[in-house]
Design a protein around this ligand. Structure first.
Ligand SMILES: *Cc1c(COP(=O)(O)O)cnc(C)c1O
Length: 408
């Protein structure tokens, strides 16, 4: 494999057209779309129009005249096919962390006779904090954190909820959602999947997984913009019984009747709480237009191809300066590749100085994300060559690259 093969792969890419809808700065190889997706100029135009006309001129009238009231439902309709769900199974709202709290509480309430929430020790920190916070609040729930490889052994008849992130944010390794969900159901547990690192990158098919509840993030592979709202999925079979622990007026069946008693909306809409963040919701709505007509299988195939290209290029050029910690089997990884290096932070900064944007995860990983709608094979190749040059010359080892910053 060489640079010419990469150009050929880009020429044959069924997703090539989507790249033109993104605005990436000159001279940047952006491999951090798994942390913050790139901007589409259409999103900037939409926000300008919303702020100046709908808010500035329309004022309160825009809730009706500009369709703000229906925004969350419209965005849910756009998002649902990306995760293999029906529109009324998805609520777009709140942060991922808040949605996780609501989903875990709802799942636990579906199994009131059980007292364990099971998760793995590689889970994302917020997922662990939220689980423990819920356990402290409800009292009769304990959080059992075990190594991923031992999960199934711990699925006993005390487990109410199995809470897992599909793609490990550090290493990129995936849990097998189908067999894991089946094992949880066999044991009588309810599953909550965190899709933050997989929706928009892998073939996430919640119906095929037989998933119960799921949550995820829209500012990574879904390119909604910094802090754009998260989402929560509730399988149809739980629509009657799953309850939102934060019963707010937007989750009411008739919010604008201003009734004193709470009557939950049908479907996932009952997991809405308060007034939607209209600016970021509108940005997300426009950002999701690019997914129209995009097949999840093409997205997953491109991710496998981009990550394989990067691993091959690193193997060919970086010698034993770094260790690939991401699984080499494309079926077992997400759209990212993580490399171990004792000075991962300095190496990440040195790459950034050359316009290669990845990120660092402590203590010793450099992480690269390959967002399928806008990353090209040839960029992956060039990024690996920059990395090889830094490693083989030692040019990463300069004082300015060792200085720490707040956000890694
Ligand atoms: C990015 C990410 C989140 C983000 O949560 P926020 O509430 O949006 O900050 C949560 N979980 C996982 C697994 C993530 O990757």
């Amino acid at each position: 494999m060489d640079r010419t093969d990469c150009l050929a792969a880009d020429g044959a890419d069924p997703l090539a057209g989507s790249r033109a809808r993104f605005a990436l700065p000159e001279g940047v190889l952006y491999l951090d779309g798994n942390s913050l997706g790139a901007l589409q100029p259409a999103v900037a135009s939409r926000l300008r129009q919303l702020i100046e006309h709908e808010w500035g001129t329309g004022l309160i009238r825009s809730w009706n005249d500009a369709g703000w009231a229906e925004l969350p439902a419209r965005v849910a309709r756009r998002l649902a096919p990306i995760v293999g769900a029906d529109a009324d199974e998805v609520a777009v709202t709140d942060s991922t962390s808040t949605n996780l709290f609501k989903a875990l509480a709802a799942a636990r309430a579906l199994r009131p006779d059980r007292d364990v929430l099971l998760t793995d020790d590689a889970n994302f920190p917020t997922d662990l904090y939220v689980a423990r916070g819920l356990a402290d609040l409800v009292g009769d729930l304990q959080v059992r954190v075990v190594p991923g490889a031992e999960l199934l052994e711990h699925l006993d008849d005390r487990v109410a909820v199995l809470s897992l992130t599909h793609v490990d944010y550090r290493t990129g390794r995936t849990h097998d959602p189908v067999t894991t969900t089946a094992a949880a159901h066999e044991a009588g547990a309810v599953t909550v999947w965190d899709l933050s690192h997989s929706a928009g990158a892998l073939d996430v098919d919640l119906h095929a997984w037989d998933a119960d509840l799921a949550i995820g993030c829209t500012y990574k592979y879904l390119n909604g913009g910094p802090g754009s709202p998260g989402y929560l999925y509730v399988a149809r079979r739980w629509h009657q019984d799953a309850t939102n622990p934060i019963a707010g007026w937007f989750g009411h069946a008739r919010p604008f009747d201003f009734e004193p008693d709470y009557v939950p909306a049908t479907g996932a809409a009952r997991f809405l709480n308060g007034t939607a963040p209209v600016l970021s919701m509108a940005a997300l709505e426009t950002a999701l237009e690019v997914w129209e007509g995009v097949a999840r299988a093409d997205v997953a195939a491109k991710c496998a191809s981009l990550t394989s290209t990067f691993i091959a290029a690193v193997d060919a050029t970086c010698g034993d300066h770094v260790e690939v910690v991401t699984p080499r089997d494309p079926a077992r990884r997400g759209a990212q590749v993580s490399l171990r290096h004792p000075h991962a932070h300095a190496l990440t900064r040195a790459l950034m100085a050359r316009g290669v944007i990845g990120d660092h995860r402590p203590p010793d990983l450099v992480r690269f994300g390959f967002s399928p709608l806008y990353v090209r094979h040839v960029e992956v190749w060039d990024a690996a060559l920059h990395l090889a040059e830094l490693l083989t010359t030692g040019a990463w080892d300069r004082p300015e690259f060792h200085a720490r910053r707040t956000v890694p």
